[in-house]
Design a protein around this ligand. Structure first.
Ligand code: FE2
Length: 426
């Protein structure tokens, strides 16, 4: 049996029970076995064909069958509001969040760190971190506000979704589309990581321009799960994030009851080790957009609502070049996380599981130690290995949550103190 189908945005047809998937139509008068046909739209009905993403689900009960949602009072740091007073233009950095209390599942273990735009704008991105030590057993979650890009940092995740089962470990990522119900199992008993919540246009692979037809993240390396379902007639809690708040209701069965589905909107996973990294073979450090895995475009050509960018192991061979990321000020706003290893522009203070924010026009770049080491380095070919950092870059300046702002490292600016003054000829 196929566990995963290769390809990005392909039209997949899959059934967990033979004969469950209708042939030649989406909504027959009587679907097989009394299943209910339901369309899930990830783009407007009338989106251009090459951007149109939707799937048809065939399930034991319609997802419309539920009582009203009421406010969910758990997960006090998930979807918490951002700072609404004047935001200092300071660079910010955070240590990994503290260990969660026993019995904390993925939903209650989410801490929202950064966000921009109102989810109702259908633009913007939020960055959350999670730390959990309990499975989601009798409850599921879905996000009406956006698609969720999971970036594990420690501990594996099993995402049981309406479309199928996805297993990921640190170094892999997974995407759950907007609205898709899922629950998370922790095979290692605990897990930490990051989530980028994209309110805007669906993440897609970037255009490659002169790179050609191959390279960066190749479509065949994305994997979409085959249909899988659970038939459980027990009380399940359904939690959703909707317009920036959490809501809950209860139903008498698992909503992960999709027996067959077909379409172009589905979860997927991707192994970052398969990223075909490009870089200079002559001089100068290219713009970090060369490391873009996924992009969510805005309405302005070339200006991303959100880019997911990685800094993977790679050879550094540039001649007469300051090889680490250079000093710069950016109209785009940059949130960075570290999955493992060390980032080549920061000697210390940026731990795996930590986070940093360099917002609109904030001057940043290597710290003094990294600058000195790179300036004095013997420029032989050198492999940066054993590291994986990432960035969620956006055209909308981030606002930290109140919780995040209170916990930022107090001395981050010190990273850029102590640079010697340049000496002009006399
Ligand atoms: Fe930067």
């Amino acid at each position: 049996m196929t566990d995963y189908f290769p390809g990005f945005g392909n039209h997949v047809s899959t059934e967990a029970v033979a004969g469950a998937l209708p042939i030649g139509r989406n909504s027959p008068q009587k679907p097989a076995f009394g299943l209910y046909a339901e369309q899930l739209s990830g783009t407007a009905f009338t989106a251009p064909r090459h951007e149109n993403r939707r799937s048809w689900l065939y399930r034991l009960r319609p997802s419309a069958e539920h009582p009203p949602f009421t406010r969910y009072d758990g997960a006090s740091r998930f979807a918490a509001g951002t700072v609404d007073t004047p935001l200092p233009p300071n660079r910010l950095r955070w240590n990994p969040i503290e260990a969660p209390a026993p019995g904390t599942d993925l939903i209650d273990g989410m801490t929202t760190m950064l966000a921009n735009r109102d989810p109702a704008d259908l633009e913007g991105v939020a960055v959350h971190v999670y730390a959990a030590n309990a499975d989601m057993d009798m409850r599921v979650f879905f996000d009406s506000d956006g698609e969720l890009l999971f970036i594990p940092q420690s501990g594996r995740l099993t995402l049981l979704t309406e479309f199928g089962r996805i297993d990921i470990a640190p170094g892999q990522i997974a995407l759950v589309p907007r609205g898709v119900r899922f629950r998370a199992i922790l095979p290692d008993g605990e897990a930490r990581g990051y989530v980028a919540e994209n309110h805007g246009a669906l993440f897609r692979l970037p255009d490659l321009g002169p790179i050609g037809a191959n390279g960066l993240a190749n479509p065949r390396d994305f994997e979409t799960p085959a249909a899988w379902f659970e038939d459980r007639d027990n009380s399940f809690e359904v939690v959703q994030k909707h317009l920036g708040n959490l809501w809950t209701t209860r139903i008498d069965h698992s909503p992960l009851d999709v027996v067959a589905w077909h379409g172009t909107l589905a979860p997927w996973r991707y192994d970052l080790a398969r990223f075909n990294t490009m870089n200079t073979v002559s001089f100068d450090h290219p713009d970090p957009s060369i490391f873009t895995v996924l992009t969510s475009p805005s309405d302005v050509p070339g200006r991303a609502n959100a880019d997911f960018v990685i800094f993977p192991p790679r050879w550094m061979v540039a001649e007469d070049t300051f090889r680490p990321p250079w000093f710069h000020r950016n109209i785009m706003s940059e949130a960075m996380g570290l999955i493992h290893g060390a980032y080549d522009a920061k000697a210390d203070g940026f731990a795996p599981g930590g986070l940093s924010l360099h917002n609109l026009m904030a001057g940043h770049g290597p710290d003094v130690t990294s600058w000195r080491a790179a300036t004095d380095a013997d420029l032989k070919p050198h492999k940066i290995d054993g590291t994986m950092a990432f960035m969620v870059e956006t055209c909308w300046p981030y606002r930290p949550t109140c919780h995040a702002l209170d916990r930022a490292q107090p001395d981050y600016d010190e990273a850029w103190s102590g640079f010697p003054k340049a000496q002009l000829p006399r």
